[in-house]
Design a protein around this ligand. Sequence first.
Ligand SMILES: C[S@@+](CC[C@H](N)C(=O)[O-])C[C@H]1O[C@@H](n2cnc3c(N)ncnc32)[C@H](O)[C@@H]1O
Length: 252
Amino acid sequence: MAATTEQEPKLRGDSAVDPRDDKRGPKVRAMFAGIARKYDLLNRIISGGRDQAWRKRTVRMAQLKGGERVLDVCCGTGDLALMFHRRKPKPIEVIASDFTPEMLVIAKQKADKAGVPLPLAAADALHLPFPDASFDVVSVGYGVRNFQDIDAGLRELARVLKPGGRLAILEATPARGLIGRFANWYINRVVPWLGNVLTGSRDKAYSYLADSIQLFPDANALKARMEQAGFKDVRFRKLNLGTMAIHVGVRD
Ligand SMILES: C[S@@+](CC[C@H](N)C(=O)[O-])C[C@H]1O[C@@H](n2cnc3c(N)ncnc32)[C@H](O)[C@@H]1O
């Protein structure tokens, strides 16, 4: 019998959606629709008020050059897209896309309130309704983990980027050691409890968060998969004691 060194991650088994199901798109959409109204509040609470700073850093690492076109995929309630609007040098256009209409409604309300144009596209990240080489920058905040097929999703993001364009990914990453044990406890015990209490979500959306992080590639593995999907000069920066990472790669 062949020896195996890789341990299967231990999943909770009670989450709204099985993160191993490659046909989970409609279930993921329904889950995010159910928590859309409380999503921002939960983000602030779960991250201890740090989530906006991590988005800001993602925008900084994308290194806007001025007059560029930006696409924020899996935009949710629009925070990352709106930060690109505020960043100098200014992009010429920021488009936000997501496949959950309930999230897009909130993104639109925020853009209207901020008085900035934010064209929205209701679209699956794996089938974007844009021609090849349309954007200078593509960003994804906490979205890649939800892709039904991570490699197909990365290739689709590469497709809509111009050669030399940058992809910036902000994502939770499985942590190891003592920190990893604490992070696992927090994400498996505290977050699902908080999520279910505050959103009234009976479908265990915040258990899915825990399980999907367990299955997500670590920072080095994600870098390798970005390279395979057509990105070069991929670098990453870990945040929050290694439980979060920002990857940036250049479309070859
Ligand atoms: C965890 S939220 C992140 C929202 C936002 N980017 C942020 O920084 O908070 C994930 C979002 O990705 C969207 N999403 C998940 N899978 C998707 C897919 N395949 N195509 C488009 N949107 C997707 C969900 O609808 C949800 O709004």
